[in-house]
Design a protein around this ligand. Structure first.
Ligand code: 1CP
Length: 356
């Protein structure tokens, strides 16, 4: 089933159905181009730093009231068209008992990396009881958000595998690729396990009220198309299939994925996220008809002058002008030192320039 198919009859998703963001995801006409920013909550906001003070990252993801407050902060401040649930891609792994931490200034660190068949047994199924704090937070959030959609998210199997196999952030993904090429069956089984867990985690978020989901395959741009098709796409497709029947838009994004855009769309996304390296019109050619696109201002542009930001934004909007569905976003997450006022101005600028 595609995201276009049906209007929900009740619950939070019926309140957000006519929002500009969801219309653009469904490639319907919109009053203006909707805007949200990956990593819109977080260190760029002083109000975030204040409420997070003294609370470790993973712990803050498990406190529903704090999650609600942090998720709402960028919506209040910037007037963006969608909220993204405050959490992290490793939260479901923590929830099934993997010993990991999110280290400040580093990112996720895994105590014992997963590299052998015996290690696979540590990746048990995720049940809704493992993440009751997610269900609770999304319930609180959707009540507060009303007609503003909440985007749920998860890490895609490849990107999760890269953290689990490397043991932490990695530039070259050596261990991950060694496993992928050296033991294709173990690799396939690992990705399949992760697809089950990720699919279950997205279901929890949709059942709780998320109106769209984004699958982040942040680091899959490290792969050549043939390897992606053979070794990754089946698992990503399994995740998209797991949530297809809900009819909520499914967004797929990765960094440096210019050569993979068509294949990532074929994995089952309704919306394909584009980083800043490929112009939106070229991205549309690569993805083909029938999908909306999201992107793609270089987040570093926001460190430039307001005039330069507007000029670069015009380039994005002009390149996206012929698309059936466009959601404006950055080409990757908001950089921590970004001036929040630049994001507010950018949101207003896109709304005004695209008003129709
Ligand atoms: O203490 C802190 O503040 C830690 C910083 C931080 C934050 C605010 C991390 C550690 N994660 C997050 C929240 C987060 N992570 C969000 C919600 C915020 C929002 O978007 O409004 C989201 C969507 C994520 C998803 C995430 N985590 C991704 C995919 C998105 C992307 O940026 O590509 C990835 C790759 C991660 C791993 C991760 N978690 C944290 C860091 C610093 C990293 C990246 C580490 C690395 O470079 O490998």
């Amino acid at each position: 089933m595609s995201a276009n198919d049906r209007r929900p009859t009740g619950g939070p998703q019926s309140q957000t159905y006519d929002s500009t963001f969801l219309k653009a995801c469904r490639r319907e006409p919109v009053p203006h181009t909707p805007v949200w920013f990956m990593r819109q909550a977080g260190r760029s906001l002083p109000e975030y730093l204040k409420v997070r003070e003294g609370i470790p990252m993973l712990e803050s993801c498990m406190r529903p009231e704090l999650v609600t407050e942090i998720t709402l902060q960028p919506v209040r401040r910037h007037g963006v068209d969608a909220a993204i649930f405050f959490s992290d891609i490793v939260v479901p792994l923590k929830a099934i008992g993997i010993d990991l931490d999110i280290k400040p200034g580093v990112g996720p660190v895994i105590a014992e990396p997963i590299r052998t068949r015996a290690d696979l047994a540590r990746l048990r199924d995720l049940t809704p009881e493992d993440v009751t704090y997610v269900t609770e937070a999304i319930g609180m959030l959707t009540r507060e958000l009303g007609s503003t959609p909440l985007i749920g998210f998860a890490g895609a199997p490849f990107t999760l595998a890269s953290y689990l196999v490397e043991g932490g952030p990695s530039r070259n993904h050596e261990h991950t690729k060694a496993l992928m090429y050296g033991d294709p069956q173990l690799w396939a089984d690992l990705l399949d396990r992760l697809a089950e867990i990720t699919g279950a985690f997205l279901k929890v978020q949709i059942e709780a009220g998320a109106s769209a989901v984004q699958l982040f395959d942040s680091w899959v741009g490290a792969l050549a198309p043939a390897d992606y098709t053979r070794s990754v796409r089946p698992a990503s497709a399994k995740v998209f299939d797991a949530v297809a029947s809900y009819g909520v838009p499914r967004i797929h994004f990765g960094v440096g994925t210019g050569e993979l855009l068509g294949l990532m769309g074929e994995a089952g996304a309704d919306v394909v996220g584009v980083d800043w390296r490929v112009p939106m019109d070229e991205a549309a050619r690569r993805v083909g008809p029938g999908k909306a696109l999201q992107g793609n201002l270089d987040p570093a542009v926001l460190f430039s002058t307001p005039d330069a930001v507007m000029a670069k934004t015009d380039e994005v909007l002009d390149a996206a002008a012929g698309l059936e569905g466009h959601i404006f976003n950055l080409g990757h997450g908001v950089l921590p030192a970004t001036d929040p006022d630049a994001l507010t101005r950018l949101t207003e600028y896109v709304h005004t320039r695209t008003a129709r």
